[in-house]
Design a protein around this ligand. Structure first.
Ligand code: HEC
Ligand code: HEC
Length: 171
């Protein structure tokens, strides 16, 4: 088990490119090195919501902060819960995927091809680093983009935006 974790850290370090995830630049201890990108002690499925929140705060968030900062330190300088859960996270009890997240269109659709050409770097980072790391941190094998991103626009609109009239044409 241990060697798998170590191998993964090395692999992620390599993918991250220029910046290392070690303590060097900030003087802080690396969460990735301290805890490892490893599953929770008890299965995620069996954890209470309170334990899940604690796990997010203590492990998922600090590790993800490092991964996102290694990808783009400026863009993700204050990466936090809201980047995955959305501004309304407390109102929706941290339900995932957060409805306000960028919608990842289903594979094979023109929308998906559009995403690939608009965000090539980001998609690569999402595929190679974010998705597998989240899967490891939850101990879930088949974790996909849909664990964090909606795959279609929400059907029920409860918010004020539903009442917005199409008076202004945007294109
Ligand atoms: C990198 C993305 C990411 C970040 C950052 C993140 N979370 Fe999460 N969180 C998730 C995902 C994905 C799930 C759902 C996992 C599942 O059940 O499939 C989740 C689930 C949860 C849950 C459990 C909800 C439930 O009802 O099961 C809580 C509570 C939570 N997160 C709180 C937080 C808090 C608080 C923070 C900040 C300290 C945070 N999360 C940061 C991705 C993230
Ligand atoms: C663990 C949660 C998680 C998973 C899994 C995930 N993403 Fe993301 N994704 C994020 C976060 C967080 C951001 C940054 C949001 C922000 O800018 O605050 C993001 C941003 C993006 C963006 C940029 C959107 C924009 O408007 O800038 C694209 C494109 C994207 N993800 C595609 C994908 C694809 C494709 C997959 C599956 C291969 C995927 N993501 C898996 C959390 C996730």
């Amino acid at each position: 088990m241990k060697s798998v974790a170590v191998g993964l850290v090395l692999l992620l370090g390599a993918c991250g490119g220029s910046k290392s995830t070690t303590s060097g630049s900030t003087g802080k201890v690396s969460a990735i090195e301290a805890m490892g990108i490893t599953p929770p002690e008890s299965p995620w499925e069996e954890m209470s919501v309170a334990d899940r929140e604690f796990y997010m705060i203590g492990k998922v968030n600090p590790i993800m902060q490092e991964l996102f900062a290694a990808h783009d330190a400026e863009e993700f300088a204050d990466f936090d819960c809201v980047d995955c859960h959305g501004e309304e996270m407390r109102e929706i009890n941290f339900e995932m995927p957060a409805p306000s997240m960028y919608i990842v269109p289903p594979e094979g659709t023109p929308g998906h091809r559009g995403m690939m050409s608009t965000f090539p770097e980001m998609v690569k980072f999402m595929e190679e680093t974010v998705t597998p790391s989240m899967g490891k941190l939850l101990g879930v094998n088949d974790f996909t983009c849909a664990g964090c991103h909606p795959s279609e626009a929400p059907k029920k609109k409860k918010t004020a935006t539903a009442k917005r009239k199409p008076s202004k044409t945007k294109r």
